[in-house]
Design a protein. Sequence first.
Length: 502
Amino acid sequence: MYKILVAEDSKPILRDIVRLIQKENAEICVETVYDGEEAMELLSRFKPDIIFTDIKMPVMDGLTLIQKAKQMYPRVKCVIISGYTDFTFTHEALMLQVDDYVMKPVDEEQFEVLLTRLMEEIDGLRVCRTEAVMQQILQEEKLIPESSLPEQYMLALIRVGLFQQYAAPLSRELVNEVMRQAKVKGRFWIVNTRLNSEKLIVYDRKDSAARDRILLWDKKILENLSGKYTRVNIIESGEYDGIMDLGRQYAELSNELGRRVLLDEVNVFKAKCGSEGHKEYIRQREELDIFRTRIGRVLKNRSAEDYRKEVSRRVKEWKKVRYPVYVLRKFLIALMDEMLLNETGNTGLLEEPGTLADRMLNDCATYGELEMQLSEYGDYMTEIREERPGASVEMAQELVQYMRVNVYKNLSLQDMAQHFDISSSYICRLFKMYYSDTPISYYNRIKIEEAKTMLTDYPNMRVKDIAEMLGFSDQYYFSKVFKQQYGVSPLVYRSQIYGNSG
């Protein structure tokens, strides 16, 4: 419903404007007055969305009415009704932040275009206010709820990336654009959460949109976003009727999405009733204990062949039972822990096992890639202590520091080996052991972290120039490496940082 107040002392013009307003939209309530003083008396009771007012009226002129109305209701839309002889007044009205003006005699087609635009702007403001209230509810802030909050609704949580530290931002503007492309009908709101890599959609069920229709929309949204991000997942809820409990509803939905994301697929999940089954939890725990025991024995025996066989068998099992990422992470952390326990005479991994597991899972899009990454540890299991015993940890740290100092150069593996007077193969084994990565891949990761900072701090710097400054001769290769690390291209990453969907 839109409320419009028309203040005009000419009865023929007043009737003409009211006719055009009612012709445009049936969901409009119109009140009319013949002077500014009457309008002021009506203002606080009627609380209009739009005011159409003549400039020259008895008792109180239109400009004074606009000024007082804006003081009371800053968001009210004001349109002056002006004759050609009122140009001086029209200019003064525009200085008062009047939204538009209508010339006498009123042109029907131009008036319809103007009214449609104003109603769309009002709809946009209402959506923004409701989203702000929902965000307050989500963050459990004290507030006074607005009457525009939905009574029955469904939620859909969109999340990009697997882990927040490697996830690109997701802007409201982009989500709104892909929802428009998906031809989502009815009322909906896009709400920010505490993570910049996700958005919560609130679908109003007042229009009785069927759940399968919402599922279809969410699938189209997933398809559109998947063209920009390498990892996108959506989970949708059942029907709710308690918007003041939005914080708890979001938390439950977020936790369930985290438990269901898969390594090699993107999905629209339907929220399940109840928590994870106890039997499933116990089974996973038992398998984890068995894995830890077996892999610990293999590492202790330092048999590269047995290690690869165990890894291959386990990865195939994980794929068969479709373990979600959060379960795979537990197995990888167990593997790293056992490596630490069996790395006598050394301080072990230079990064926390959880960090290594997150990075490995973020870099692997398939189970085959995960098996390859894990299998590579077998290449150095019996060799890492053969060269320069006791100095490997310090050497690995010095190599990383050397990379950071030379982030704007284009170091090769040979450059690093020559600088430190060690073999290239030894460097490779050090990085695989302590950083679960190759030297060049780790060096590129440092460069891409710097690129992320530059994209954020220097919005006008061209991507091509950033790539060249960081030693990438090929912009397309730079974009590929960036997308591999953060899930989106540099251009999309920057557009999301600055909140536009281009």
